[in-house]
Design a protein around this ligand. Sequence first.
Ligand code: PEP
Length: 253
Amino acid sequence: MRKQIAAANWKMNLTFQQGEKLLDDILYENIILASHQYAIFAVPYPYLLMTRSEVDNAKNYHAAAQNCYHKKSGAYTGEVSAEIIHSIGVQYCVIGHSERREYFSETNAQLADKLNLCLDNYITPIFCCGEPLAIREAGTQNEFVAIQLKESLFHLPAEKIKDIVIAYEPIWAIGTGKTATTEQAQEIHAYLRSVLADQYGADIASQISILYGGSVKANNAKELFSCPDVDGGLVGGASLVATDFIEIIKALK
Ligand code: PEP
């Protein structure tokens, strides 16, 4: 079975102490994950080591960075490279979140560079794609997300594409309380998989986890995750509340 993943995206929220308590509360629940299930915490950079050591003894629990820079190393004050992230034992990194695309003007080409750097440094990228509201209203969301995949991912050879996770996040559903319906989620996830299959073949496409993100909550996670092509979620707001994220982890297939 494909990896099923509950990924928390804390964004720029919580103090160090609040983050530590949130992790303690979630880990205290002692949810035993099956070999194909993962819980991943994308936390602010200064919390990565703490998060890594908190989850160290819990099977299939991992820390993730929320971003990395698109250059290998050098005079880029304030930036953090994939190599630095790898050097502290962190194995996942969110790439191309819509907030970064919007507020930091990240382009599909830069994201391709970030993916390469992650993979070169043994980091699994969680690559975000998804359309804004106007595109959804125009009904051209499939074409929009296909271009995001083509321009950022399709330079990768088959043996590398298998090592990435995709998060489909319709921008109109992020932090808005609006969720895609299960039909909308399943439809576009199946479409994304068909785009991957056209490029890499059905066998490879069937191995790539595609998470849904956009107002995943404790009360809708089970239904969304039950869609055959939805392999878990990337979760913002609800990942900041222990009881909610616990339910979301438990909702994994
Ligand atoms: C996100 O940050 O990726 C996200 C989906 O946020 P929320 O769950 O709050 O919509």
